[in-house]
Design a protein around this ligand. Structure first.
Ligand SMILES: [Ca+2]
Length: 234
């Protein structure tokens, strides 16, 4: 049975790469996870998580913990603010390109675009090179508009975009692992975002829906409904 007990001291749950640990802080819960089975780990992540991942060829795990694989060949809305459709706080788009051999087809994300409030267009390429509104980011730490957006980047390394006012962090490591991670913790976005990484309402069962709220007929139908554009089609 899943054991979760309250602590008198502060306690902060960290979910990272399927490893669940607890860091003593204050006012949260402690997770005793050594003997949890896979189902219990997943249940726990569903309750506490605020992180979504897309990795490899590509394997998706939504903010609410729903997991699936999808080999696309277009650009897709990974996660977008769906509160105000005319002025979105953010929009995260991934470009997916076929990379496999004929017998073993697969796809990977090759670049990620992050749009912030319609003012900033940040593009992270596979090698970590990054531009903001078309201008290259050359510094390891670039503060846009006095820190409204923070960009940590180095060629061939991780790129991390932080938007403190939205509690939004987008991390990207293109080379070899093609790993995109999105962390969103601001409560006002709960149930108010959409895209391939779900709606962040704590329920994984409603993440597999099309933009109009209808159930897709297939994975292909689901992914197609979240297409942003299709530049990879010849
Ligand atoms: Ca959900």
């Amino acid at each position: 049975m899943l054991r979760v007990r309250a602590l008198n001291i502060l306690c902060f749950l960290v979910v990272s790469y399927d490893v669940i640990t607890s860091i003593p802080l204050d006012g949260d819960v402690k997770i005793e996870g050594n003997d949890l089975n896979e189902h219990e780990h997943r249940a726990l992540k569903r309750v506490k998580r605020s992180t979504a991942d897309v990795e490899g060829d590509p394997h998706f795990e939504t903010l609410d913990g729903y997991e699936y694989d999808f080999e696309g060949r277009c650009s897709y809305y990974v996660l977008r603010d769906c509160r105000n459709l005319t002025q979105r706080a953010f929009d995260i788009i991934a470009n997916i390109v076929p990379r496999g051999e004929k017998d073993t087809p697969s796809s990977v994300i090759t670049s990620v675009s992050v749009e912030i409030e319609g003012k900033y267009s940040i593009i992270m390429e596979e090698d970590g090179s990054t531009t903001v509104n078309g201008n290259s980011v050359e510094k390891p730490l670039d503060l846009i508009d006095n820190g409204e957006i923070e960009i940590h980047s180095q060629l061939d390394r991780n790129v991390t975009i932080s938007v403190p006012k939205f509690n939004l962090t987008v991390s990207w490591l293109g080379l070899e692992v093609h790993h995109l991670r999105v962390d969103l913790t601001k409560p006002e976005f709960k149930g108010k975002v959409c895209g391939l990484l779900g709606n962040y309402d704590g329920n994984m069962d409603n993440d597999f829906l099309k933009p109009d709220g209808s159930k897709p007929e297939s994975m292909r139908d689901f992914a197609k409904s979240w297409r942003a554009s299709c530049p990879n089609r010849g």
